[in-house]
Design a protein around this ligand. Structure first.
Ligand SMILES: Cc1cc2nc3c(=O)[nH]c(=O)nc-3n(C[C@H](O)[C@H](O)[C@H](O)COP(=O)(O)O)c2cc1C
Length: 230
């Protein structure tokens, strides 16, 4: 059980608009580890506690059923704890209410995850991947078949939270939907009733994306003129 640094709400990182404008899918990363405080902040943004009296989280959830389970996958010396210490390689489950990681599978999980993701090399070069898995029954129990769609939509909200927080912290993320479900489930040791839905890999980007307001406005105006709107 690893207690994560407590999430920050007050911060001087990018505005929501800047995070939206600068968010891109990054597939080339620097050879640098992530800090545990950045990983903590990203997990909290993804699926962290925000309304304690009701147990509601940062991610919208159909009927507040919260079917998602988040798993952090790291390799050797990928996430720095401080004092030259690193998270042990393997898979960890994130528990939102106590904001802790539990070590669920030690070893070369990252390499197995990479292979399960059709050997997309950015999965290996990234320093952490967050597998968004779901216990569909938590939602379909109330909503029947329609609940399946709700769970998938919720995973999208969660992934976008990861993208935006990573961007705000100056990190780069890439969504991964291309994977063999059974292989990924096996790699991170999911229980039978929990299925992988989506994944996001994160690292220090080789280059950050930037667009100025002036340039954006210029392009919108050009597009308007092309359409004969101006
Ligand atoms: C559902 C979904 C699945 C995706 N799967 C992958 C993937 O397996 N590998 C990958 O490199 N990018 C994946 N992407 C990222 C897209 O390629 C990317 O969002 C798109 O090229 C637009 O670029 P942008 O994110 O920088 O705006 C996925 C995106 C979505 C929404």
């Amino acid at each position: 059980m690893i207690p994560l640094p407590l999430p920050r709400i007050r911060s001087d990182v990018l505005s929501v608009e800047q995070a939206l404008a600068y968010r891109r899918s990054h597939r080339r990363f620097r050879d640098e580890p992530l800090s545990i405080s950045d990983v903590s902040q990203i997990l909290w943004a993804a699926y962290g506690l925000s309304l304690p009296v009701k147990g509601f989280l940062t991610c919208p959830s159909a009927g507040a059923t919260y079917p998602l389970e988040l798993y952090l996958v790291v390799g050797t010396e990928d996430v720095e704890l401080g004092d030259g210490e690193f998270l042990e390689p393997g898979a960890y489950r994130y528990l939102p209410h106590s904001h802790v990681l539990t070590y669920v599978k030690p070893g070369h999980v990252k390499e197995e995850v990479y292979r399960a993701c059709l050997s997309q090399k950015w999965v290996l070069n990234a320093r952490a991947s967050i597998v968004i898995a779901a216990n569909y029954e938590r939602t379909t129990r109330y909503y029947g078949e329609r609940g399946v769609r709700y769970v998938i939509l919720e995973a999208g909200h969660c992934a976008q939270n990861i993208y935006l927080e990573a961007t705000a912290l100056g990190l780069g993320a890439v969504a991964i939907g291309a994977f063999y479900d059974d292989e990924l489930a096996e790699a991170i040791g999911l229980r039978e009733e929990v299925k992988p839905v989506y994944m996001v890999s994160i690292g220090v980007p080789l280059r950050r994306y930037f667009i100025s307001e002036e340039s954006l406005h210029e392009h919108i105006k050009i597009n308007r003129r092309r359409k004969g709107l101006l």
